[in-house]
Write a protein that binds this ligand. Sequence first.
Ligand code: G6P
Length: 373
Amino acid sequence: EQIQKGNYDHYMQKEIHEQPESLTTTMRGRLIHGGSKVKGVLLGGLKDHLRTIRRSRRILFIGCGTSYHAGLATRALVEELSGVPVTMELASDLLDRRGPVYREDTAIFVSQSGETADTLEALEYAKSCGALCVGVTNTVGSAIARGTHCGVHINAGCEIGVASTKAYTSQIAAMTMMALALGEDTLSSCSRREAIIDDLINLPDKVREVLKLDNDMKELAKELMEEQSLLVFGRGYNYATALEGALKVKEVALMHSEGILAGEMKHGPLALVDENLPIIVVATRDATCIKQQSVIQQLQARKGRLIVMCTKGDANLMCPNGSYRFIEVPQLQDCLQPIINIVPFQLLAYHLTVLRGFNVDQPRNLAKSVTIS
Ligand code: G6P
């Protein structure tokens, strides 16, 4: 086992640090750039179905846990580049409601293991409704890979830690490529798509850069280890970061943690704010960061104990009155920023877990793959 972990103490730690490589594998052979060729993506498992997906009346992203969050992180880009509305479905909730699914829908099933019972049952349900079913999985030959009409393998490599880390970032990268493929017919989005492809190429290096925050996150973990609770505010592309960051802390460090859409702050969460409760605000540069600036001001006015995640060099701009702590991260195209922004949360959750003395790779009561519903 130690051989498999290499120089790391835990699988989760190893999997966090191998993300530059796992992302490279996810993209290998799929990006067309270089030379005189028009920039684009090649997803063999989808190419015969792109027209049908573009013409669907709606796309549904269906998954559980981290895989659901990966769908949420790419929702806006898929809508932007395909023009098709995307609805988010937690597999169990879709099944509980028997929500309407139509023949003209494309249902995209996101699952690391490809074996999660609820997601698999939702797949059977969507198939029976006549929808085109697409799989996004990490496991070749899994039930979801076999049961869908077409799909994309994320090729992140085997993930052992129960808390999903590298699969999450590879899911976002794979679904970003899917969005690019869906948009490839649209002339007006050409420069946007090229800019995203350029940043996909930069992505492994930027992840390497953000992994250097390891020590800073360990220090932050030391400061937070005795806390009862942690809130995470995000919006836009980084609403997913807030939910996934909070999930990491909750599932491995066994600390209550809640991801909150910053736009909902005034509708309840603001009542919790005082000088004790730690709050991480994700406020990296994108179309929503002016709004996040105002959220920060409102939290400061209530003496909130803020930790601000912002783009490198933006600390004073985003938070002129200072904050308890800053987490400064490198910048990429807005739609890829969730891949960068989740890394400090993964590191924080990891260090919190070690410091609090809990089992990192096998958190109590949880399973890597939930195969019964
Ligand atoms: C379990 C795991 C999570 C995972 C979720 C969905 O709860 O502990 O890490 O996100 O299942 O699993 P899947 O394999 O479908 O992505």
